[in-house]
Design a protein around this ligand. Structure first.
Ligand SMILES: CC(=O)N[C@H]1[C@@H](OP(=O)(O)OP(=O)(O)OC[C@H]2O[C@@H](n3ccc(=O)[nH]c3=O)[C@H](O)[C@@H]2O)O[C@H](CO)[C@@H](O)[C@@H]1O
Ligand SMILES: C=C(OP(=O)(O)O)C(=O)O
Length: 437
């Protein structure tokens, strides 16, 4: 278990460039399995989850070549599908959430796909019903081995397009079904589809490979199946969750920071949600400039004067992955806000650590927390803590950078799952942070 030692209370300054998006990269990497041709992908983040998925692809027989920083080519012309039934795969496949998305492409192209119960953040129940109900609608036979927690789908005669109304707008579920349906016979319509930029990017990539997908960006996707897909080149968008994390970091440390090349048109509600906390964000070309909030920042109220609530919703709503950041930033705002995490049941428990540091937070129930900001009149105290999940981890790191004294965060592997080389990048803008293995 590695550790960060963070000396808080220093102003940061400079530019930071976001990495490629973790959740997009996980989808895009799985899509390379759909074609025997070469697929070249750039802006792939060098993070634990993505590297684990690349390793799984390698073990499946995908020929992988590193072409430069974040740039790889993949050729899936001779796959070793026996790997899917090996003990090694049971271990490796369960190491991350994103591995679930190899099932759709394999089912579409080879008529079978298997997966152990995938890992990812322990932030509440994370069911997979939407994925498998979708595959069943496309004609696959489903089996689940409860003891081994191993899922399997088979369609030896191929998949047939169908209409489906998803029970929830699952991000990885939609990606999985879209990939399978691209190689099905006939037309598939997915209503209540998720439509995050991750999915828009995946659909654009599939169309570049010869798929026929329309409705991109909406919650109704129509996919006319094709018999084969070909190679393509694709570039992953900047990581909007990292961008939101750096906005929070700038506000909490009252630092002037420029976040470079953010792809403003793909940020949805993110800038305006931070503005509701009173944070000033300037659009300078495709960068976000955050001035030093020397006088602090004041949380807005709703038009009728009522108490601000920030909650998550499927895209184009506010992403649940940034609520932990919103929460930590609010601890030093002027005013009060309720954070309502609707999707996940166990993602707010990390507030205990912030309360230990002196933050005024009432955890109303597992989904809702009320934060009463200090307006920098009282600074958080340094502490020692364990990072429970990726976004709580980065939130605690931001809290530590804004706190007085030296904090220690254990289990930083959680942070490394999603943030590339974070200590080095933060040191480059003036943070005092040391990693010990
Ligand atoms: C690898 C990856 O891409 N992970 C992301 C993906 O996970 P993932 O695809 O696993 O998440 P899902 O979209 O399936 O759902 C996440 C949770 O939200 C609930 N739910 C979902 C949709 C809905 O309309 N209502 C609802 O309550 C689900 O029951 C589940 O508990 O999407 C999540 C939701 O944006 C993000 O937190 C994860 O970072
Ligand atoms: C919940 C997250 O990731 P995963 O779905 O990979 O666990 C996240 O990125 O915040």
């Amino acid at each position: 278990m590695s550790t960060f030692q963070i000396e808080g209370g220093h102003k940061l300054k400079g530019e930071i460039t976001p990495q490629g998006a973790k959740n997009e990269a996980l989808q895009i990497l799985c899509a390379v399995l759909l074609t025997p041709d070469k697929v070249t992908i750039s802006n792939i983040p060098d993070i634990r989850d993505v590297n684990k998925l690349i390793e799984i692809l390698g073990n499946l027989g995908v020929k992988i070549q590193k072409l430069g920083k974040g740039k790889f080519s993949f050729i899936s012309d001779e796959l070793n599908l026996d790997y899917l039934e090996s003990e090694q795969f049971k271990k490796e496949g369960s190491g991350l959430r994103g591995s679930i998305m190899i099932v759709g492409p394999l089912l579409g192209r080879f008529g079978k796909g298997y997966i152990p119960r995938p890992g990812g953040d322990k932030i509440g129940r994370r069911r997979l019903d939407t994925h498998f109900e979708g595959f069943i609608k496309l004609g696959a036979k489903f089996r689940y081995n409860r003891e081994e927690r191993f899922y399997g789908v088979e369609a030896p005669k191929g998949l047939k397009g169908s209409y489906m109304l998803l029970d929830e707008a699952s991000v990885t579920g939609t990606a999985n079904i879209v990939m399978a349906a691209s190689l099905a016979e006939g037309t598939t319509t997915i209503y209540n589809a998720a439509c995050e930029p991750y999915l828009q990017q995946l659909c654009k990539m599939l169309n570049a490979m010869g798929a026929k997908i329309s409705g991109i960006g909406s919650n109704m996707l129509t996919i006319e199946g094709v018999t084969t897909l070909n190679g393509c080149e694709h570039r992953v968008l900047p990581d909007m969750i990292e961008i939101g994390s750096w906005i929070g970091l700038a506000a909490m440390t009252r630092s002037e920071i420029t976040i470079k090349n953010v792809s403003w048109e793909n940020l949805g509600q993110i800038p305006d949600t931070f503005r509701k906390l009173g944070i000033t964000l300037n659009k300078v070309n495709d960068d976000i400039h955050i001035p030093a909030h020397t006088e602090g920042y004041q949380i807005e109220s709703f038009i009728d004067g009522s108490f601000m609530t920030i909650s998550d919703a499927p895209w184009p709503g506010f992403t649940p992955d940034l609520l932990s950041i919103v929460l930590v930033v609010a601890t030093q705002a002027k005013g009060e806000v309720m954070v309502h995490q609707k999707m996940f049941e166990s993602r707010l428990f990390f507030v205990d650590k912030l309360i230990d540091m002196g933050a005024k937070i009432i955890l109303c129930d597992p989904h809702r927390a009320t934060i009463i900001g200090h307006n920098f009149e009282s600074i958080l105290k340094a502490t020692t803590m364990v990072s429970p999940d990726i976004r709580a981890g980065i939130s605690l790191l931001i809290a530590a950078l804004g706190a007085k004294g030296t904090s220690v965060i254990h289990n930083i592997e959680q942070i490394d799952r999603g943030y590339e080389n974070i200590d080095e990048r933060l040191r480059a803008i003036g943070a005092k942070i040391i990693r010990t293995e």
